[in-house]
Design a protein around this ligand. Structure first.
Ligand code: NAP
Length: 251
């Protein structure tokens, strides 16, 4: 079956680095129009834009902090002007903290919730009416296995990622009658800069506890995200697909 993504317009938040970069590249290979969102890394975003274009897609860079309603609305308007209605959305932008409960301050908690959870809500809300009107929309939220099991060193992060799974399930039911599908992926340990703050021993312990004993590649997550965006997942909504080398199995 064809993926059905050629010429479709996508926004990928946090598309400048890591998993988001791999998703943009994969969407480029599928022939999509890809709006690459970033907040600081303009140079990296430009590189991703070149990757998308050489893979066969069209690229447009959009800077916006996903936790700012004003910046998100400006971003979506700019993408609509450049490419037309937004049909595919990947809420991937995220920040990670590896700190104990005694260092989890209200400010740290708020930042995790604002970017990882409210950010996904704001971008979704900026595109959902148009998706509903056009009876076409596909959204994938990038959660984490941290949202499925205890993470004593990432309390705020885990709460934000669990929230994203609840958001996915509830929104999926609300918009399913309008042919808008909403799913999530929950990656395990993936080789990106987000892991820079995690101690080497901790990484080794996680690898040892993973049935497929290695760190995942961003492209492996991108493949799952693009599957969920594609026509191939036409009867799938409200689900969270775990891509973690088997480390966490859903109940
Ligand atoms: P990364 O390499 O650190 O990249 C994070 C991306 O998010 C960057 O593109 C960054 O933009 C963007 N971003 C951060 N704050 C933002 C904001 N306020 N507004 C807009 N964009 C923002 O991280 P990653 O590992 O690829 O993670 C991507 C997603 O996967 C995150 O949601 C993360 O929680 C999730 N995840 C990752 C892993 C893992 O092991 N790597 C595991 C499970 C889940 P700039 O480049 O402009 O800063």
């Amino acid at each position: 079956m064809d993926e059905g993504l050629e010429g479709r317009t996508a926004i990928v938040t946090g598309g400048s680095r890591g998993i988001g970069r791999a998703i943009c590249q994969r969407l480029g290979e599928a022939g999509a129009n890809v709006a690459i969102n970033y907040v600081r890394s303009e140079h990296s975003a430009e590189e991703v834009g070149q990757m998308v274009e050489s893979a066969g897609g069209k690229a447009h860079l959009v800077r916006a902090d996903v936790s700012s309603e004003e910046e998100v609305d400006t971003m979506v308007t700019e993408v609509q002007r450049r490419f037309g209605p937004v049909e595919l959305l990947v809420n991937n932008a995220g920040v990670f903290d590896y700190v104990g409960h005694d260092e989890t301050t209200p400010a740290l908690w708020q930042r995790a919730l604002d970017i990882n959870l409210t950010g996904a809500f704001l971008v979704t809300w900026a595109v959902k009416s148009e998706m509903i009107e056009r009876r076409f929309g596909r959204i994938v939220n990038v959660s984490s296995i941290a949202g499925l099991r205890a993470r004593p060193m990432s309390i705020a992060y885990a709460a934000s990622k669990a929230g994203l799974i609840g958001f996915t399930k509830s929104l999926a039911e609300a918009v399913a009658p309008f042919d808008v599908r909403v799913n999530a992926v929950a990656p395990g340990l993936i080789a990106t800069e987000i892991l820079d703050g995690v101690a080497e021993q901790q990484l080794q312990d996680i690898i040892a506890a993973t049935p497929i004993p290695r760190i995942g590649d961003p492209a492996e997550v991108a493949e799952m995200v693009v599957f969920l965006l594609s026509d191939r997942a036409s009867f799938t909504t409200g689900q969270t697909i775990v891509t973690s080398g088997g480390r966490v199995l859903l109940p």
